[in-house]
Design a protein around this ligand. Sequence first.
Ligand code: SAH
Length: 223
Amino acid sequence: RSGRSAALRARMEERLLGARFRYLNQQLYTGSSRDAARLFRDDPAAFHLYHQGFERQVRRWPERPVQRIVRYLRRRPASLVVADFGCGDCTLAASVRNQVHCFDLVPLSPRVTVCDMAKVPLAAESVDVAVFCLALMGTNLQEILGEANRVLRLGGTLMVAEVASRFEDIPAFLKAMTQLGFRTVSKDLSSSYFYLLEFAKTGPARPGPAPGLRLRPCLYKRR
Ligand code: SAH
């Protein structure tokens, strides 16, 4: 009998955590990166809850996108300097020999430099590879990708792994990226979970509206 009520309680706690995760997740996808920074600064516990929920979601996937980026980097010279925007638990940095600058809002690992990804403490043209792995969350996409452009050297690589259902119009998105100073090198749209896009920096971002640069919020269903 007490076993049954413990199980019931555990299930209710699980539900509550799930609901809070979905609420936080929605806030992250519907506000700017600055709003996200404020949210987690004011409530670090919310951040840990978010990460637990995130982990639970991606564990269901057949493959973790970050592993694809690890494999990609291992095929290229270890001398390349990497910036990981929204690094989470720093799986990427821990899995490759490259120097990796890790940026996130709260330090899940001592490797993390805490900052808003729209403004990272790196010199212009100082990195070879910029990574956004499930991290393009803020509504100020253009500003965030402009920051990646700023820190990348000419010809440098931008890797984006994002939830497939977030893309409304891939050709329009890629066209907008050219305006932000990025040429598409490869796109892997084969997974129904996430797309993997590789770009090369062609020059500085051109100012002005980039209408195709839109991603739907990633809202998880209640399970
Ligand atoms: N790249 C990791 C984590 C993805 S979860 C992986 O693939 O496992 C998305 C991460 O982006 C979270 O850790 C979240 O805290 C971070 N993030 C969201 N908005 C951010 C912002 N404005 N600045 C820095 N990091 C941000």
